[in-house]
Design a protein around this ligand. Sequence first.
Ligand code: GRF
Length: 217
Amino acid sequence: MAGPRPIMADKVRVAVLISGRGSNMLALSEHKRREPDRPYEIVLAASNVPEARGLVLARRLGLPVWAKSHKGMEREAFDRLLDAELRARDVEIVALAGYMRLLSDAFVAAWEGRILNIHPSLLPAYKGLDTHRRAIEAGDAFAGCTVHVVTPALDDGPVVAQAPVRIRPRETPEALAERVLAEEHRLYPQALEDYCRSIVAARGGGDSGHEDAPPAE
Ligand code: GRF
């Protein structure tokens, strides 16, 4: 059990939750590494899949790792363990990055306004899975990605940031997914940075010059 840690007024403590390859986690980590003044600190990489590829990456990046399989556990019971770990590390913001497990309503309520997710579509279009194929089959001109605040309904919370990606003629879902992913890696770090800067500004820390409230509306 971790002891109390000093909370830095100008840095928001972020946990990144992953289930797979972790490329968005890497993007969030690299964004911070390139410019350490950015107003967040990744203090934990957590996963419900102990063998997730992204955890290898997290360890290489020197991030503290928590991994526990959810198999055989009630959703609420698993989320209580996760919640305890986040609290033990004084986490303030949870960034979902390919976390392929629905969170319990109790967890989402406890972390209201403090969970972000990246989704590979222009929400509210194409909630759920298989977003690229669905956008192509619908004949859409644009696909894209969205960072949003997590609420109990799937892929449904307030939008924080979006980036469109034009769909090319005869593009395959795989090719489109790759180009959208590259855009995710730009969008998510900037959105997390902006979100955390607003939190820091609201508590009177940092020198951001932003006086607005957190953009969770
Ligand atoms: C991304 O496409 C993200 O939008 C979705 O899951 C995928 C995760 O990829 N939520 P990675 O694990 O970050 O590489």
